[in-house]
Design a protein around this ligand. Structure first.
Ligand code: PGA
Length: 250
């Protein structure tokens, strides 16, 4: 039985003050979240503060990206070891915003996943098609390409303790959610593709849905057999909305 996972992706939002209020709100409501693992992925500079506020609670924390390099002359970069130093358990890799605005390729994203995993972080691999790709009918082709880059680099076993997030780009921050049926179809495709390599890995890998997930659409999405939780952007910035989704994952 896969444990549901709800991960908040704060993106480039927040201040010390707003994060304090947000985390206090989340911690206060965690008593009603009895099954799902809950993670918040914070901007780097806030990680020490997030660690201080969450240590010893049921809420885990992570980052939104990392470098493929271990250390050295890479100005502006943050390594996997640095994230571990702040108690990060998770890191998002290959978010569509990084793919679109920072030119991250499938190969680079696969490398980031591998580096994160080697350091003991749980990587959340984001995949998903743009609206144009969906309209062209190549959703599965795109998602397969993004997934295969990792499987070819590291082997399917790399997904054993990892997480995949299916995030249709057209649903991110737009208020347009994939219907539960549309999402389930792609999730089943992803699990099937992993199963073709290794059935046990496919059974264990958690596949999150991301893209305008809110407390009102979360129950139906998460009730689908291959949807194991959510990667939440906008709604992760409001404690009541984020907790509403965490409760739906119970
Ligand atoms: P959204 O973002 O929930 O605001 O659509 C999801 C994401 O980008 O991870």
């Amino acid at each position: 039985m896969r444990q549901p996972l709800v991960a908040g992706n704060w993106k480039m939002n927040g201040s010390r003050e707003s994060i304090k209020v947000l985390l206090d709100g989340i911690k206060d409501g965690m008593g009603e979240v009895n099954r799902a693992a809950v993670v918040v992925c914070a901007p780097y500079v806030y990680l020490p503060g997030v660690q201080a506020r969450l240590e010893g609670t049921a809420v885990e924390w992570g980052a939104q990206d990392l470098s493929i390099e271990a250390s050295g002359a890479y100005t502006g970069e943050i390594s996997a070891a640095m994230l571990r130093d702040f108690g990060c358990g998770y890191v998002i890799v290959g978010h569509s915003e990084r793919r679109a605005y920072h030119g991250e390729s499938d190969a680079l994203v696969a490398k980031k996943y591998a580096v994160a995993r080697a350091a003991g972080l749980i990587p959340i691999l984001c995949v998903g098609e743009t609206l144009d790709e969906r309209e062209q009918g190549i959703t599965e082709e795109v998602v397969a390409r993004q997934l295969d880059a990792l499987i070819e680099l590291e082997g399917v076993a790399a997904l054993t303790d990892g997480v995949i997030a299916y995030e249709p780009v057209w649903a991110i921050g737009t208020g347009k959610t994939a219907s539960p049926e549309q999402a389930q179809e792609v999730h089943a495709f992803i699990r099937g593709r992993v199963a073709a390599k290794d059935a046990d890995v496919a059974e264990g890998v958690r596949i999150l849905y991301g893209g305008s997930m809110k407390p009102d659409n979360a129950p139906e999405l998460i009730s689908k057999p291959d949807i194991d939780g959510g990667l939440i952007g906008g709604a992760s910035l409001k404690p009541e909305d984020f907790l509403g989704i965490c409760k739906a994952a119970n």
